[in-house]
Write a protein that binds this ligand. Structure first.
Ligand SMILES: N[C@@H](CCC(=O)N[C@@H](CS)C(=O)NCC(=O)O)C(=O)O
Length: 285
């Protein structure tokens, strides 16, 4: 990302060695920590299905529940899953059982019990690739098409932290509004939207004619921005001007599996759209 700095912020002089002020304010102050590892002993629940998902219906979580619902819609019966709620606001991601599946303490995390020994997968991009390979779906096999799909998948994984952790944090969540970081991350997010918009001008989906894991990873974030006023920023970012992104996100959102996946592990919004845990298809029917 290009640095557009022209001045040094006047007030804060970093100390020689940074110290953890656990009393700091801000929306995530209670869960942000400078150390990894579990904070408490807590067993991880395990259900009957081959796949055990530990998650929450944030955009990163929805990527995986959409993929699982898409696989089930294709008739891949072994993609049946239990989706357990990890409430990150309450610190569930720091329980010992969860940390054993994801040492990075972030949702989503997957445990595949159909392998011996069970396979743990963390990082949403890695989970999507694992499921795509296991079920032979939504990731092209031909090397050039596969490279294009993985390029867009990795683009999402590398780019979106500037949207969420950068723009979203400073524009929507930071206790005070600072022009410098908001300008910096707005510039980058608008550039990312333009990258997507130009790509989607010539293609139906991110990597070509087919809907793939690259679209599943990217649409919950940038679709949220252009269709659902994510971070209350639709007007500020002029999202309607990215017409190809709007067209692509709207088409994806109409898919029944996407509608289903978005409800899993959701504990906010309209009551009828909340499915805190999912253990069988009937939880969503
Ligand atoms: N790169 C990770 C990011 C996952 C992530 O940031 N998850 C957030 C929720 S969207 C989380 O669990 N945050 C809890 C925390 O940071 O303590 C992925 O793609 O899986």
């Amino acid at each position: 990302m290009t640095d557009t700095t022209t001045h040094v912020p006047p007030k804060y002089a970093p100390p020689k060695v940074w110290k953890w002020e656990s009393e700091s304010d801000g929306r995530f102050a209670k869960i942000n920590r400078p150390i990894a590892g579990a904070t408490h002993e807590k067993e991880r629940p395990v259900g009957e299905n081959p796949l055990q998902l530990y998650s929450l219906a944030t955009p990163n979580g929805v990527k995986v529940t959409v993929m699982l619902e898409e696989l089930l819609a294709l008739g891949k019966k072994d993609a049946e899953y239990d989706a357990w709620l990890i409430n990150i606001g309450e610190g569930d991601q720091f329980g010992s059982g969860f940390v054993a599946v994801n040492p990075n303490s972030k949702i989503p995390a997957l445990l595949d019990r159909s392998t011996t020994p069970p396979t743990r997968v963390f990082e949403s991009g890695a989970i999507l690739v694992y499921l795509a390979e296991k079920f032979d779906a939504f990731l092209p096999k031909e090397p050039s098409a596969r490279a294009e799909c993985l390029s867009w998948l990795f683009w999402q994984v590398g780019s979106t932290p500037y949207l969420g952790g950068g723009f979203g944090h400073f524009y929507a969540y930071a206790p005070e509004k600072y022009e410098y970081p908001i300008n910096r991350f707005t510039m980058e997010v608008k550039r990312q939207l333009d990258v997507l918009d130009r790509n989607l001008a010539a293609r139906e989906f991110l990597s070509g004619d087919d809907y793939t894991i690259a679209d599943m990873a990217t649409s919950p974030w940038y679709g949220g921005l252009v269709l659902h006023n994510l971070y209350d920023a639709a007007e500020f970012l002029d999202v309607a001007s990215y017409t190809n992104v709007v067209r692509w996100a709207s088409a994806i959102e109409k898919r029944p599996a996407v509608q289903r996946g978005r409800r899993v592990n959701r504990v906010w919004g309209p009551e009828e759209k909340r499915v805190p845990e999912r253990h069988s298809a009937s939880d969503l029917d």
